[in-house]
Design a protein around this ligand. Structure first.
Ligand code: MLT
Length: 263
């Protein structure tokens, strides 16, 4: 693992060639991409980050916005002197960051992979739930939310057949700084609606979603894909909200096919 130790953002940087930036979901870290790092780095430069406050990256000053995460990623690419536009691949909260990254750093984007995510922002009820969760996690610790979140994120097939994935996800959440979990929830609760930008994305885009995803379900992702010119839509079988980790073979096949046709 060639982590960039000086940078505020920890990044696993493997392979050479076209840069593929992997941005994890909430409240995880770069290791949710372990199968993409090992498999796709044979042909691409895979950059798997820990967002500020997650994994080994330092937190940003609170309050944090989704735009702040996007700006931190742009600064990281500049620090690494990556001048080629990247394929931005974000899962869920990573996808929310992707909309901001496209809006404010479009010159850095070659193409987009939006995994298990949505463009709409929170309704009042969801935003209120996030604020309550943010208070709870700071008071009771990350342990108090780990089991419930893990079961929500992982699909039924994974829950029944893949205890290693369940343990991996739960252990990441337990180890995550509660203040950063709270900061992420508050950032998501205040994010902008990205729906109006779907028609103007203007770069090749792949939408990938686990068929068993109950957080950002396939029918919602399909509607989003239908609004984006030049987009592809792929459903990943036997996977929930964490399709790259739950069914890496199908996920990597979809990503490879997309990259081969666009890079
Ligand atoms: C994620 O996986 O990043 C979360 O499900 C996003 C969210 O809570 O909206």
């Amino acid at each position: 693992m060639s982590d960039s130790e000086q940078a505020e953002i920890a990044v696993v940087d493997h392979g050479q060639g076209h840069p593929l930036l992997l941005v994890h979901g909430f409240p995880l870290n770069h290791s949710m991409w372990k199968h993409q790092i090992s498999e796709l780095s044979s042909d691409y430069r895979v950059l798997a980050v820990d967002l500020p406050g997650f994994g080994q990256s330092q937190p940003l000053e609170s309050p944090v916005s989704i735009r702040d995460y996007a700006d931190a990623l742009a600064a990281m690419l500049e620090n690494l002197q990556i001048e080629r536009p990247v394929t931005f691949c974000g899962l869920s909260m990573g996808g929310y960051i992707g909309w901001q990254f496209l809006t404010h750093h479009r010159e850095k984007v070659h193409s987009l992979i939006a995994c298990d995510t949505r463009a709409t922002n929170d309704d009042d009820r969801t935003a209120r739930g996030r604020r309550l969760m943010a208070q709870q996690v700071v008071k009771d610790g990350s342990q108090s939310v780990a089991a419930g979140m893990t079961l929500k994120i992982c699909g039924q097939t994974t829950q029944e057949n893949n205890p290693d994935v369940i343990q991996h996800v739960a252990s990441i959440i337990r180890a995550t700084d509660p203040e950063s979990i709270a900061a992420g929830q508050l950032a998501m609760s205040e994010r902008e609606d990205a729906t109006p930008m779907l028609e103007t994305i203007g770069v090749p885009t792949l939408f990938a979603v686990g068929i068993e995803d109950t957080i950002t379900p396939p029918d919602e992702m399909k509607l989003m894909a239908d609004r984006v010119n030049n987009s592809r839509y792929v459903e990943i079988p036997y996977a929930g909200h964490l399709s790259p980790l739950e069914n890496p073979i199908a996920f990597n096949t979809a990503v490879r096919s997309f990259l081969e046709s666009t890079v």
